[in-house]
Design a protein around this ligand. Structure first.
Ligand code: PLP
Length: 380
């Protein structure tokens, strides 16, 4: 039997759920998806689908209407020219990432990732027989890769740059100039770029998002991963997309045909509902998350007498703790304060934890107060 490491986020969420089921109120700062009702346009589309046939298999690559709406969504936002043949619907962004790595990597190929990284990257890379190569980033450099740091980690085995913009857990957001420089280094080194952009619409206050797809000169070596989970608050529906050169996408379709057979038909219909009104739905999610973000950081700064500035994007606060062992710290906090956080070690960085500000405002407020009340020593 292979021994795989499950996502630490799911482990903490599972423990928090277990406590909840036994009647304990848990403050959930661990969930990485907006805790919001689905926008009515999504529910209407799903209800309509229930009246139609939803039992047959959907086309493996996704419904043509959905692929077409998804590519239009990209083309409209980034002035790209993705065709339907360059678009696949996947079971969440996660399966898009997984299958892109599966089709690209040969045993021993190295994949460069910025650390702290999203928890699933290393294991996904290993599952594709690759070798994860974390590149340490620092808070001082706003947790971003630089052309120099990327160059210094290149070897003969470097094959893929897996870039997460906007970033989970740090909220790092790359400018057009920064991306241009990184993509230039990647192209000189003949790397394929997988750009994980699942938080593209969750960029706040005066910041703007630049996609790796908006560099036509790098198009032939770039796969962009998108998702409905965060941008449209549809995590449970499991709908994501990948965009890239037709040859790579058709390989991903072949992989999908031999594994998941694609995404559930009703979920695809719901995603059509979202994409038909993409700007309305993403702005509904963004505004709700913007309010939660403000409340979280205002409350944090008031309770802990700090002056923390939120990151420009995504749904998180990644912060230092005094303790060495982030797992022990999170377990202890869950037991003592009923506050669920994610340990930094899951993101490749000890002595840190991640808060998500995705829950209802009242819950965030009470959760931070519970944290403050039970905090006998300065943790942060
Ligand atoms: N990429 C990043 C950076 C994420 O944070 C997540 C989910 O938390 C995913 C991809 C996968 O999301 P999904 O499969 O729900 O689209």
């Amino acid at each position: 039997m292979k021994h795989l490491t499950p996502s630490p986020i799911n482990l903490i969420s599972a423990e928090a759920d277990r406590m909840k089921k036994s009647g304990i109120h848990v403050f959930n700062f661990s969930a990485g998806d907006p805790i919001l009702n689905n926008h009515p346009t999504i529910l209407e589309a799903a209800k309509q689908a229930l009246k139609e046939a939803i039992s047959p298999y959907a086309p493996v690559a996704g419904l043509i209407e959905l692929r077409s709406l998804a590519s239009e969504w990209m083309n409209r936002r980034y002035q790209t020219k993705y065709a339907v043949s360059e678009t696949i619907v996947t079971c969440g962004g996660k399966f898009g990432l997984y299958s892109a790595l599966q089709i690209l990597l040969e045993p021993g190929d190295e994949v460069l990732i910025a650390a702290p990284y999203w928890v699933s990257y290393p294991e996904m890379i290993r599952l594709a027989s690759g070798v994860p190569c974390p590149i340490k980033t620092t808070e001082r450099e706003h947790w971003k890769l630089t052309p120099e740091s990327l160059k210094s980690h290149l070897t003969k085995k470097s094959k893929v740059l897996l870039l997460n913009n906007a970033c989970n857990p740090t909220g790092a957001l790359y400018s057009k100039d920064e991306l241009a420089k990184l993509l230039h280094v990647a192209s000189e080194a003949n790397l394929t770029v997988i750009s994980d952009e699942v938080y593209s619409e969750l960029v706040f206050e005066g910041h703007s998002f630049v996609s790796c797809s908006s560099f036509p000169q790098h198009r032939s070596r770039t796969i962009v991963i998108e998702s409905c989970s965060k941008n449209f608050a549809m995590a449970g529906w499991r709908v994501g997309f990948a965009f890239g050169p037709a040859e790579m996408i058709s390989n991903m379709i072949a992989l999908q045909s031999q594994s998941t057979t694609g995404t559930a038909l009703i979920s695809q219909k719901a995603a059509i509902g979202a994409l038909l009104h993409a700007d309305t739905v993403s702005s509904y999610v963004r505004q709700a998350m913007q309010r939660s973000r403000k409340l979280f950081f205002d409350t944090w700064n008031r309770l802990f007498s700090t002056n923390v500035t939120p990151a420009p994007s995504a749904l998180y606060f990644f912060t230092k703790i005094q303790e060495e062992d982030s797992v022990a710290f999170c377990k202890q906090l869950l037991d003592s304060s009923h506050v669920a956080l994610v340990p930094g070690i899951g993101f490749g960085m000890e002595k840190h934890v991640r808060f998500a500000f995705t829950d209802q405002e009242d819950e965030l407020l009470k959760g931070l107060e519970a944290l403050k009340k039970n905090t006998k020593q300065p943790y942060f």
